[in-house]
Design a protein around this ligand. Sequence first.
Ligand code: ADP
Ligand code: ZN
Ligand code: ZN
Length: 733
Amino acid sequence: MLKYAGIVINSNSIQLDRIFTYSIPEKFLDKIEIGMRVYVPFGLGNKKIDGFVIELYDEIDTSMSLKAISNIDYSFPVLRTEDIKLIDIMREKYLCTYMECIKTIFPSALFKGVKNKKENYLFVGEDLNNKFSKEPYVTIYDVVRKNNGKLTRSLLSNKFKLSLSSINTMIKHGFLISKEIVVNRYNDREYKAYTKKELNLKQKETIDFILNSDKINYLIHGITGSGKTEIYMNLVEEMINKNKECIILVPEIALTPQMVERFKGRFGKDITVFHSKLSDGEKYDEWLRVKKRNVKVAIGARSAIFLPFNNLGLIVIDEEHESSYKSDSDPKYNAREIAEMKSEFYNCKIVLGTATPSIETYYRCEKGEIQLITLEERADGAKLPDISVVDMREELLNNNKSIFSIELLKGMEEALSKKEQIILFLNRRGFSTFVSCRKCGYVFKCNQCDISLTYHFSEEYLLCHYCGSKQKVSKDCPKCGSKYVKYFGVGTEKIEQEVKKLFPGSRTLRMDFDTTRRKNSYEDIYNTFKNGKADILIGTQMIAKGLDFKNVTLVGVIAADLSLNLPDFRASERTFQLITQVSGRAGRGEKHGKVVVQTYNPDSYAIKYSTENNYNSFYNEEIKIRDLMNYPPYVELMLINLSSENEDILIKSIQNVGIILKNFFKNNDKIELLGPCPCEISRINNNFRWQIIIKGNLTNEEKKYVKERIYSSLKDVYNSIRVSIDANPLSLI
Ligand code: ADP
Ligand code: ZN
Ligand code: ZN
């Protein structure tokens, strides 16, 4: 008999992130299982606290007397063996705690005590057919029968002008039965059936290859519109036929009504849709129907990777390059990595798809870890749009100081006159405060890190947010001597104002963080534009993906430089991705599309190759730089971020962490430490932020040591400092 249990306590404290041993009382000996939620006495006051059974033992070598488990929570789902394995891997990889993992694997609704939603409905009593031979009972009986499970007292009383008391009398005599039933909070609307496309040869080959090969990992590198989604759907169908389950991940903002419609239209309404904007109740119900094995397919954003499927055959990750697959709170997991961990358990296939593979993924294809499949043509035969690059330095020479180039203005006039639609795209992320010369395009960069320097308004200096080095801003351009040295700043609102000024009759729509905070606002804006009730859609990267508007013939990229000069070593990669994605929005229908990309850096390889649709040349350039500057995929990064309202304590603490790390790595010349220095966004909500970057490949033991040392050095300032450690961060701002 297993008499002892190793238990993880439900607490946020990092000091309690370990396994505590409890004894199992006699009455629970044959009931307790690994993964169960239990209640245990904890601490000096023996306060009852919940926790999870992670291990069971029949013997322990301690003479200490142990506390005993108080109770088992039978109503709570049990962590499965594979969940516990997953937790172990996640803890090592993401340096997170047991409870952070458990709270990620289970929807938070469970911890908040959300339960099934129940409502009262009226049903027909059983032996009553004969008793009702005359009106109005027959009709009532009939109505209830026809609406079985959907009729309430109030509806019935409204329909027949019956008082509630006579309905209650009918219930009392057993003519009607009132029953509490569980109502589903998920959307179970029927969708219009989706007609299957006749697959083209390339699509067929791809599907056959994936199904018949014994490899696990695939990348479909296919241009936008090459028919990837159609391929995913056929793979899903094959899996369903084999009685296997599938998860399809799409970036949160690409989980459009259009996407859901396509999948539900094809596979019926019994598909789970899972994303962060669902209410707790909706999440609970969707989660539960996976758990109860009522669905075989889920489509969702990154958290859908944790849905409790038991027999996974396929995980699809669409737009694999997207940074939204990485969680920004602990555990800072990447759904792509979790997919690989899960495929170890289920031996399921992983299919990544994108028009612009991340450098890391493509590098793995080159090393043979992922099978590459390339699709070079649009499935419906449509042509890719014409892309022209406008050099904004020349616009300035020609005395055009507006945010629109002459070419873009002309294009807009033409599209508006033909009643065609326009998308204006501003690739703004974070605060774009780089400084550049408007005449020659020169950008101030750090010599050591090859990263754009960030302008600090208050003290008027330039700072490298990787290594912390500072420079003064010169009034004249160091390259051409001009006086047009400026910091960059333009927002979507500003663009909308300009458009309204230039085209007073045009109808504009704005889609950005500010206008999409409400639950259905994205859908509303989307439908307004789709139904032709607006001419120009202005937006941030939100509009770059997934949207398929047949009447859009012109796309304008207002300032390609905004993403190009982000202080991030992935700036070129992001720019290539954004321009490619947004260009894919033009000319999706019969009409030919045109894209105008405005930039001060027309010669940058990211802009050049994206407008030429040449991923391979881009990759070859980029991977050389990664190698030369020692960035991923050649090394791993670890980001240590401290924040506090108290700047003095913060700086002292992070300097202390810096010293500890320097000492620890002093004999290791493969590890480079950058910082401590203020983060690119140096203050959020009155919290100052500083960071240290560790560049180099640490072993799991080293990572663990680093984490423990950091936490123990901050023991005395815990109350005023927040720590975040990110192994393999996607964003360094
Ligand atoms: P992607 O996911 O690569 O962007 P989609 O699967 O969305 O591409 O396909 C792009 C467009 O082409 C869609 O409108 C789709 O219905 C259509 N399409 C896909 N496959 C075929 C096919 N075999 N024949 C005709 N049209 C297709
Ligand atoms: Zn210059
Ligand atoms: Zn630097």
